[in-house]
Design a protein around this ligand. Structure first.
Ligand code: SAH
Length: 254
């Protein structure tokens, strides 16, 4: 997947923003993190000079920002919509931490449109607006003082998106082991474990000990490695050679 393309499919939606300065500061937050799509839903005061002053050079994002009357219109074409809430567990939605939310967003943005939605300074997002979201994101702030300034909350999420995009890019560039390689299926892993078990018998690895404990440890090790299909093929190739050598080494008639 191309993470650069993914960044272009992620939009930050500000709903009913009251202070234009926060819109400018949010634009700056996006731009510093390599994002560019800002959508404003019914901002109270916009356009405004204060927004451009606080954008500090991210004016292009403000000029290109879409302004729409409702959240429904702002996210109509999205496959993933995540709503940021200052109060934890206020709604009957799954709640994600910023890092997990960013990772999901970047993964989905490989193929579809994603929106992260932020509420009003005074009252946040309404329940109706939260109903339009697939899950909520809560920044685990001080529970006694959990409400960040709007643009500060945007900055935290954009930073997490940046990290997730960089990680996705790094993996894609690394090629093998990258996210463009399909993860091995359950059946492929079981095929590998069966061949591993046979091979360990054939090379007499266990030397009379019960094989269960070693196999359990090896399974845990390989499951942790999050193998892709190509890697499973490589490992099975090595096992096949070890099996062939073991056959050759066996005394004739054995
Ligand atoms: N008084 C409002 C807080 C609004 S802060 C309330 O209690 O809901 C403005 C917006 O910033 C919020 O709607 C939310 O989108 C975002 N925000 C602020 N603090 C946040 C936090 N701890 N986690 C996630 N989003 C937060």
């Amino acid at each position: 997947m191309q993470a650069a393309g993914a960044a272009g499919r992620i939009r930050i939606v500000l709903v009913g923003t009251q202070h234009p300065g926060n819109i400018g500061a949010a634009a700056r937050a996006l731009k510093t993190m390599g994002l560019s799509r800002l959508v404003l839903v019914a901002p109270e005061l916009y356009p405004a000079d204060e927004a451009f002053r606080r954008a500090a050079g991210a004016d292009d994002l403000l000029t290109e920002a879409q302004v729409l009357p409702t959240l429904a219109e702002a996210v109509a074409d999205c496959r993933l919509v995540l709503g940021c809430t200052a109060r934890s567990r206020r709604v009957a939605l799954d709640e994600l931490a910023p890092r997990a939310a960013a990772e999901q967003s970047v993964a989905l943005a490989a193929t579809g449109e994603v929106a992260l939605v932020f509420g009003r300074e005074r009252t946040g997002l309404s329940n109706d607006e939260l109903q339009l979201c697939h899950a909520a994101i809560h920044i685990p702030a001080n529970p006694d003082y959990s409400s960040l300034n709007l643009a500060a909350a945007v900055q935290v999420l954009c930073y997490e998106l940046r990290l997730a995009l960089l990680a996705a890019n790094g993996l894609a560039q690394a090629g093998e082991g990258g996210i463009d390689e399909a993860a091995a299926t359950h059946a492929q892993l079981e095929g590998f474990f069966a061949q591993l078990g046979d091979t360990l018998d054939q090379i007499d690895f266990h030397k009379g000990r019960a094989p269960d404990s070693a196999m359990r440890k090896l399974r845990r090790l390989f499951l942790r490695a999050d193998l892709n299909e190509k890697e499973v093929r490589l490992l099975r190739g090595i096992l096949a050679d070890a099996q062939r050598m073991a056959r050759l080494a066996r005394p004739k008639g054995d």
